[in-house]
Design a protein around this ligand. Structure first.
Ligand code: NDP
Ligand code: BG6
Length: 526
């Protein structure tokens, strides 16, 4: 049945559906370690990681490739190439990746097989000769009439332009498709991003480009469409008649951990808000697409973005963490204590911004985007707070309903609602309808976001990748604010490492129709 997956561009949409469903079925059981189904892809596929010696490659790309290989979901005839400037070897890369690979006892044989199909080539990012050599290396593997190539740019943006030109001039597959996967940052602002997009579109078609936002690969983010459009109960209330405010939050309990040099150039708005959180927002706010075809969905996402005016400075709170003298280890240190952060930096590590969507569904509903490092917990969630019950007959006792979609950690969906206090009393109390994935789907293995997305690239499915017009709209919304912050050197408000962030953020929440009562108590199942 799967004689020719991944074969040609023409076959790709059919293949995308087939291989995604097969992949998803293969992940249904946690016990599938050895039993997964191999695609009988007879054609060679070469996956090249550019920047193979780097942090992203070691922590994310190699582990993901191993998990996909381990679960037998890649075409049988796939090999992996690493390319970077360092004079290193597959063995050295293997050692650096080791802490992230999560190899189980019984997987050692398979793990050895994985490294046997890995190769490495050292080369410059600016050298045509080196890319010609890489092409020759790849060609050696491409026996038969069809062969496909994937290039993952796990590289700093400063070398994107050179590398993509060299891929285009020297490394495009002659016997099948070539797909390019790029990682953020896609530019620093509207102008630089548009410049990069123009450069890429001059070299490749949009269908060859896969812009990764790994939040689009997360289970609960992918769930948003099903939840909204696969259920009758939500859509009629999904609008400004019923919803008071929507909060999308990202919190991390650790600071820059020595990565301050990179972070300082971008700041939390570029690192998290302009991409991960805004992508979630589009899925929460978009209209129902005409179909689940990638471009129908992306068309709706772009429409939402086009209805958002640029963020105003008055709708933003910026923070920067300081060390907690009472804290332990890293928590004692503030952002400015990181030796890789420039002295006196005003780069924000926390941001809350209120956005408005000027369309019929959402006018008047604040979309509150929050993200921060060195906070009190790890959490990413969407919190939809409904309006007060009109015509209240319970003397102000009903609390607002909330629908919470928790992306991580511990995927869950819960609706906070009021019930009669169980027992003789005729009082009322807050409780929840609780869908906790770890108990409802105890035997289901949820793949890592990168696993889904890299497999999507093999399959040719662009549904969960960012299109260039989405990107440009996202930058349009944030660029004036970012330029203002940089030009005026706006000082962020200090907040303590391990706290909930600046208190001014809670004030802005309150002013934007988010009511926190502090009265809800959750009783986890024993
Ligand atoms: P809460 O009503 O306790 O919190 C609601 C929100 O208010 C959160 O976003 C919270 O965290 C924020 N908040 C806290 N203090 C303030 C403040 N002073 N001003 C403004 N906002 C504030 O409800 P939760 O939905 O958070 O539930 C409570 C706990 O129960 C959570 O830990 C949740 O994970 C757990 N729970 C788990 C379920 C599950 O696993 N299935 C189901 C239901 C609940 P912040 O602003 O810090 O992000
Ligand atoms: C990355 C950011 O895009 O996402 C990091 O650059 C952040 O700063 C990371 O830590 C968070 O991803 P996840 O999947 O761990 O929530």
């Amino acid at each position: 049945m799967f004689r020719k997956p991944y074969a040609t561009e023409l076959e790709e949409s059919k293949n995308a559906e087939l291989c995604l469903s097969l992949y998803r079925n293969s992940l249904k059981s946690k016990d599938m370690d050895r039993g997964g189904t191999h695609f009988d892809g007879q054609y060679p596929h070469v996956f090249v990681t550019l920047g193979a010696s780097g942090d992203l490659a070691r922590k994310k790309i190699y582990p993901t490739l191993w998990w996909l290989f381990r679960d037998n979901v890649l075409p049988l005839n796939t090999i992996f190439y690493g390319y970077a400037r360092s004079k290193t070897s597959v063995n050295e890369i293997r050692q650096k990746c080791e802490p992230y690979m999560k190899v189980k006892q019984h997987e050692h044989e398979k793990y050895e097989e994985f490294w046997k199909i890995n190769h490495y080539m050292s080369g410059q990012y600016t050298s045509q000769t080196d890319f010609e050599l890489l092409n020759k290396e790849i060609e050696k593997f491409e026996k038969g009439p069809v062969a496909n190539r994937l290039f993952y740019l796990a590289l700093p943006p400063s070398v994107y332009e050179d590398v993509t030109v060299h891929i285009k001039n020297n490394c495009m597959g002659q016997k099948g498709w070539t797909r390019i996967i790029i990682e953020k940052p896609f530019g620093r602002d509207l102008e630089t991003s548009n410049k990069l997009s123009a450069h890429l579109s001059h070299l490749f078609t949009e269908s060859q480009l896969y812009r990764i936002d790994h939040y689009l690969g997360k289970e609960m983010v992918q769930n948003l469409m099903t939840l909204r459009f696969g259920n009758r109960i939500f859509n009629p209330t999904w609008n400004s008649d019923h919803i008071a405010s929507i909060q999308i939050s990202f919190k991390e309990p650790f600071g820059t951990e020595g990565r301050g040099g990179y972070f300082d150039e971008f700041g939390i708005i570029r690192d998290i808000m302009q991409n991960h959180i805004l992508q979630i927002l589009t899925l929460v706010a978009m209209e129902k697409p005409a179909s689940i075809q990638p471009d129908d969905i992306r068309n709706e996402k772009v429409k939402v973005l086009r209805n958002i005016p640029p963020i105003q400075v008055k709708d933003v709170v910026l923070g920067q963490y300081v060390g907690n003298p009472q804290g332990e280890g890293e928590a004692k240190l503030g952002y400015l204590d990181d030796p890789t952060v420039p002295k006196g930096s005003v780069t924000p590590t926390y941001a809350l911004a209120v956005l408005r969507i000027n369309n019929e569904r959402w006018e008047g509903v604040p979309f509150i985007l929050r993200c921060g490092k060195a906070l009190n917990e790890r959490k990413a969630e969407v919190r939809i707070q409904f309006k007060n019950v009109p015509g209240d007959i319970f003397a102000g006792k009903p609390k607002r309903n909330e629908l919470v979609i928790r992306v991580q950690p511990g995927e869950a969906l819960y609706v906070k609602l009021m019930v009669k206090t169980p027992g003789m009393a005729f009082d009322m109390e807050e409780t929840e309808l609780d869908l906790t994935y770890s108990s409802r789907y105890a035997n289901v293995k949820l793949p890592d976001a990168y696993e889904r997305l890299i497999l999507d690239v093999f399959c040719g499915s662009q549904m969960h990748f960012v299109r260039s017009d989405e990107l440009s709209e996202a930058w349009r919304i944030f660029t004036p604010l970012l330029h203002h912050i940089e030009k005026e050197k706006v000082k962020p408000i200090p907040y303590m490492y391990g706290s909930r962030g600046p208190k001014e953020a809670d004030e802005l929440l309150l002013n934007n129709n988010f009511h926190y009562t502090g009265s809800y108590v959750w009783k986890p199942k024993m």
